[in-house]
Each structure stands twice: as structure tokens, then as C-alpha cells.
Design a protein around this ligand. Structure first.
Ligand code: 6PG
Length: 477
């Protein structure tokens, strides 16, 4: 008896995916560079299903039914290339190699094209949900060929999270589409986390709330339209007390946010595609700023406003206002992220279904949220929707939130509390809805110093003003 799928790379993510597959009744071949991990998995979890442990690449490949399906779960970059090079020569046409790590979609495109030449299917797959998700039901975003999905899809849909019985897995599109969509998922994750963190900072700075009180506020929010995994875990983190010191956990953690690169990639690609994903960019830069300890030490003591926290009616309203500001900013962040997927899809001819993406993000992944069901509905009703901000319910919710949104940001500015996420989201909203933008003046400047030309509002064509002669006001002699 052979295995229907194999997993190579049995660190915690690979191990949990293998266990999840086995728990669903699939026979899973196992492989790892060092056989210790393979042995450990079988010893500890062998009773959960049928595993075929192997100790060499050859043995692993021979343990698989055809077409062979191999999930690679190793570090992105060179380790992934090394594993591909190890297995590809042992495979036969029609076999499927799946990269389930956080690879850059450009690497995935390159690998897919190279392996296609050799008759193999290469499937770059986003997998979200961390260790728990991998074991109990992640959100899965496979790219690659339609053909590969025909055999792989049923297995993945089986082990994915389910929302209302619908699996959080779909064939996102060809070649790098899966990893692209996962990258944007992570970008949105960065911006969602930043917005939640700013909300915490505002409640603390403007109201003087303790972390435990703020945890309660988040718990309440989590019963409404902000219902999401990230709000839920935020409440738990804020309610947590450090065992050693008895202080709120959040106060003993060094305030330097780290990153492994997917947020940065999202921003880089946003720049390449010319899509203003300002929410993700600010969130990524906020992490960078937090990590510049030298710069921050040098800036210590720079003057800020001298203002007391809010009191009276303003204080009473404030938490509700922050909820609205958070919601509106979140809509902007997702609107931008979905626009980036739309642009990537157009650029690479992927034909990504945005409603389907929203649907598979409803469960299993880090950004899972009630809200994503509304996004799914919006794109299902209008697949070519230019922006979520103009879609019925979102439009109304953001319009209703805007007074609170503006008031929260002005309070933050007056108190000197940094809110890059909230502020950039509002600036984007105001930029989009503006009847005229000062971009006209920028065009004038460009034409002045570089003869870069401009277009006019009143007739077609490209124009240049001879600034040296016609542009200068006549000075009377
Ligand atoms: C997920 C997560 C996960 C990722 C980290 C990256 O969807 O399960 O996105 O894939 O490893 O969350 O985050 P950092 O860049 O913050 O380390």
C-alpha cells in the first residue's frame, strides 16, 4: 500500500500538516533531512493515522501513489530550491511538487516554469493559520496548474478549515497566484495588527486605561462587526499578567516589532504595480521604526504636546469612536489589499476570483473575521468592484464612521499619540473621494523643471509650457 501524499520537512508546520492529513484518513509518506524528526513524529503521533516513514529521497518517492504528490515544508529561498533539486530528478511526468512555505511568488513563478519544462507540476501554496491551523484546519491558497488541483484539491479541501461547510481552500489561479495571495494576506495581517495596536495605544494614552480594561473593550468589540481572530487574541494578550513580575505582560515585552519579510514584499510589489497599499506600508514601516532603537534613543526628549488625557463627555464617547475609526481603517486596509490582488491578477493573467479569496479567508487563517463574509458577498455581487469602499454596506458603514474617525485622529494628533495606520487610511479615503487633487500642481512643477509635459482638463493631447518665455509674468521695465 502506497501513500496518497507525502510531506518533506517535518518541523512543526510540516509535522502538523502531515498529522492533519493522516487524521483525515489519508496515508501520508514522511521524509525529513534528518530521520530523527520522522521517527519522533511516528513515535508520538503514529496512532493518529497511517504514516509511511522513509529515510531517503528514493524511498520517499517510491512510497507514493502516482501521480505523486509531495508537500515541501522547508524554509523559503535556497532550502526550497535544494529540496526541489533533490526530488525533481526522481519524479515522473505528471507528478506534483507543492511548496507550502511562505515563498516569494516570483520564485514560485520561476520554479513553476522550470519544472513545467520537465513535465512536473509545481504548486506554490499559501497556508495560513500557524501551527494550530496546520493541525486543525488552515486556510489554503494553492496556485499552479488546474490539472494539479484536480488531484490535490480534494485532499486540501478535506484538511482545510470549514465555514458553513465550505472549505477554506480554492484554486486561486495558475503559477504564483497562490503565493501572491498569501503574501497580500500577510500584508493585510500586518495592517490589521497595527490598527489594533494603535487602538490599544489610544485607549491607554487618551483614557488612561490599564491593559486589562482594554482587554475588556476588545472583548466587547469582538461580539460585533469587528469579530475576528486578531481581536480575540489581542484581548487575551492584554489580559495576560507576566508571571515573574506580576506586571501586565504587554509592559514587559520589548517594544520592537520584528518581521520575516512577507509584509515588506507586499509593499515592494505594491510599489511595482503602482497600487497604493498605504495601510500595509505604514504598518510595515511602523515595525521598522519600532526597531530603530538607536534612532529612538537619540530622539528621546524631543518635545511633544502638553495635554491631559480626555475627560468628561469626550472620554465617554472615545472608546466607541475608536471602534468606528478602527472599523473604517480596516475597510481601507482590506480595500487596498484586494486592489493589489486585482492588479497582480491582471498583470500576470491569473484571473483570481476575489470573492473566492475572501471566502477562503473566512476561516483558518490569521486574518479570519466575520467581516470577510461581507467582503465575499460584495465581490460575489460585483466581481469587478473597483474598491470595497464604494460597495453598499461598506460605503455606508465608513460614511457613518467618518466623524468618529476624524475625531479620533485629531485627538491622537493633539495628544501626540502616533497613529500612522489610522491616519494613512483616512488620507487614502479623502484622497480617493477628492474632486480635485493637488496632483495638478505636481504636474506643473514637473513640466517647469523637466519639460515632463502635462494633460489638460479641457482638451486631449500632451502639453508643455515654455516656462522661460510664456510662464514668467512680464516685469515692467
Ligand atoms: C499565517 C502567518 C504566517 C507568518 C507570520 C509572519 O498566515 O499563518 O502569516 O504565515 O509566518 O505571521 O509574520 P512576521 O513577518 O510577523 O514574522
Amino acid at each position: 500500500n502506497k501513500a496518497s501524499i507525502g510531506v518533506t520537512g517535518l518541523a512543526v508546520m510540516g509535522r502538523n500538516l502531515a498529522r492533519n492529513l493522516a487524521r483525515h484518513g489519508h496515508t501520508v509518506a514522511l521524509h525529513n533531512r534528518s530521520t530523527e524528526r520522522t521517527r519522533d513524529l511516528v513515535e508520538r503521533f503514529g496512532s493518529e493515522g497511517t504514516f509511511l516513514p522513509t529515510s531517503s529521497a528514493r524511498e520517499f518517492v517510491d512510497a507514493l501513489e502516482r501521480p505523486r504528490q509531495i508537500v515541501i515544508m522547508v524554509k523559503a529561498g535556497e532550502p526550497t530550491d535544494a529540496v526541489i533539486e533533490e526530488f525533481a530528478p526522481l519524479l515522473e511526468p505528471g507528478d506534483v511538487l507543492v511548496d507550502a512555505g511562505n515563498a516569494h511568488f516570483a520564485d514560485t513563478r520561476r520554479r513553476e516554469a522550470a519544472l513545467r519544462e520537465r513535465g512536473l507540476h509545481f504548486v506554490g501554496t499559501g497556508v495560513s493559520g500557524g501551527e494550530e491551523g496546520a493541525l486543525h484546519g488552515p486556510s489554503i491558497m494553492p496556485g499552479g496548474s488546474k490539472e494539479s488541483y484536480a488531484s490535490l484539491g480534494p485532499l486540501f479541501e478535506d484538511i482545510a478549515a470549514k465555514v458553513d461547510g465550505t472549505p477554506c481552500c480554492t484554486h486561486v489561479g495558475p503559477d504564483g497566484a497562490g503565493h501572491f495571495v498569501k503574501m497580500v494576506h500577510n500584508g493585510i495581517e500586518y495592517s490589521d495588527m497595527q490598527l489594533i495596536a494603535e487602538s490599544f495605544d489610544l485607549l491607554r494614552g487618551a483614557l488612561g486605561y490599564e491593559p486589562a480594561q482594554i482587554a475588556d473593550v476588545f472583548r466587547t468589540w469582538n461580539t460585533g462587526r469587528l469579530d475576528s481572530y486578531l481581536i480575540e487574541i489581542t484581548a487575551e494578550v492584554l489580559a495576560h499578567t507576566d508571571a515573574e513580575t506580576g506586571r501586565p505582560f504587554v509592559d514587559v515585552v520589548a517594544d520592537q516589532a520584528e518581521q520575516k519579510g512577507t509584509g515588506r514584499w507586499t509593499v515592494q510589489i505594491g510599489l511595482d504595480l503602482g497600487i497604493p497599499i498605504t495601510g500595509i506600508a505604514e504598518a510595515t514601516f511602523a515595525r521598522s521604526l519600532s526597531g530603530h532603537t538607536g534612532l529612538r534613543a537619540a530622539a528621546e526628549g524631543l518635545a511633544g504636546p502638553r495635554r491631559a488625557p480626555l475627560s468628561g463627555a469626550a472620554a465617554e464617547r472615545f472608546a466607541d469612536d475608536v471602534e468606528r475609526a478602527l472599523y473604517a481603517s480596516k475597510v481601507v486596509a482590506y480595500a487596498q489589499g484586494f486592489n493589489q490582488i486585482q492588479a497582480g491578477s491582471a498583470e500576470y493573467g491569473w484571473n483570481v476570483d476575489l470573492g473566492a479569496v475572501a471566502s477562503i479567508w473566512r476561516g483558518g487563517c490569521i486574518i479570519r473575521a466575520k467581516f470577510l463574509d461581507d467582503i465575499r458577498a460584495a465581490y460575489e455581487a460585483e466581481p469587478a468592484l473597483p474598491t470595497l469602499l464604494t460597495s453598499g454596506d461598506f460605503r455606508k458603514a465608513v460614511e457613518d464612521a467618518q466623524d468618529s474617525w476624524r475625531s479620533v485622529i485629531s485627538t491622537a494628533v493633539r495628544l501626540g499619540i502616533p497613529t500612522p495606520g489610522f491616519s494613512t487610511a483616512l488620507a487614502y479615503y479623502d484622497g480617493l473621494r477628492a474632486e480635485r487633487l493637488p496632483a495638478a500642481l505636481v504636474q506643473g512643477q514637473r513640466d517647469y523643471f523637466g519639460a515632463h509635459t502635462y494633460r489638460r482638463v479641457d482638451r486631449a493631447g500632451t502639453f508643455h509650457t515654455e516656462w522661460a518665455t510664456e510662464g514668467r509674468p512680464e516685469h515692467p521695465a
